[in-house]
Design a protein around this ligand. Structure first.
Ligand code: DX5
Ligand code: ZN
Length: 214
């Protein structure tokens, strides 16, 4: 699978509807929604109020990435707010399983995420239980950071695990993705690439999305 999921973290919030309409027209298949709480990560982005216009105007699935402590308190509300998938960080919780169940009970797809300093093997026990894993290729918290190249080896490892076990689990890569590294990431086994600045800071965002795909 080859999906580009532009992150609205880099959108123009003064004119969000225009950016959503650009994404609707574009070849991007998903829209990535970065929720930061200022505690799990040293930055605050946005929360439920932004889900409203996204749910109302976007014609594409909303891929919600929670960078928050206590995701168990909020996952159901994000499901109710129109999320198509809800992901949270493995390192933010003691036991992800009950939280994954809360999301599944809402009929929403699940995603487990790890930051670059978390051992990728910690995902192994959950690969068969989630719809997607998200490997951060920058430290969660800010858009516009540089891609961490070691992510490619982790991506290959997870892809091997998924193939060997004949699973359908998707792999998403998030952080520092751009036109220069997107093709290599898809070739290494990524299914979904999140791109914030590479899309919204481009002079022609729709063209940037096309170039990452083709
Ligand atoms: C970082 C977020 C990313 C971010 C990506 O904490 O999870 O989704 O918006 O932005 P770029 O593509 O600019 O690295
Ligand atoms: Zn993200």
């Amino acid at each position: 699978m080859k999906i580009i999921a532009p992150s609205v973290l880099s959108a123009d919030f003064g004119d969000l509807r225009q950016d959503i309409e650009m994404l609707n027209r574009s070849e991007a298949e998903w829209i990535h929604v970065d929720v930061m709480d200022g505690t799990f990560v040293p930055n605050i982005s946005f929360g439920f109020p932004i889900m409203e216009p996204l749910h109302k105007y976007a014609t594409k699935p909303l891929d919600v990435h929670l960078m928050i402590v206590h995701p168990e308190k909020y996952v159901e509300r994000f499901c109710d707010a129109g999320a198509w998938s809800v992901g949270f960080h493995l390192e933010a919780v003691d036991d992800p399983r009950p939280i994954l169940q809360l999301i599944r009970n809402k009929g929403v797809r699940t995603c487990l995420t790890i930051n670059p300093d978390i051992d990728v093997h910690r995902l192994d026990p959950y690969l068969a239980e989630v719809d997607m894993v998200l490997l951060m290729s920058v430290f969660a918290g800010f858009g516009g950071q540089k891609f961490i190249p070691e992510t490619i080896d982790k991506l290959r490892y997870v892809k091997e695990q998924i193939s060997a076990r004949k699973l359908n689990t998707l792999i998403e890569i998030d952080g520092g993705v751009n036109i220069d590294n997107a093709h290599e990431l898809f070739e290494a086994g990524a299914d979904v690439l999140v791109a914030g600045s590479a899309v919204f800071k481009a002079s022609d965002p729709e063209q940037a999305i096309r170039q990452m795909l083709h």
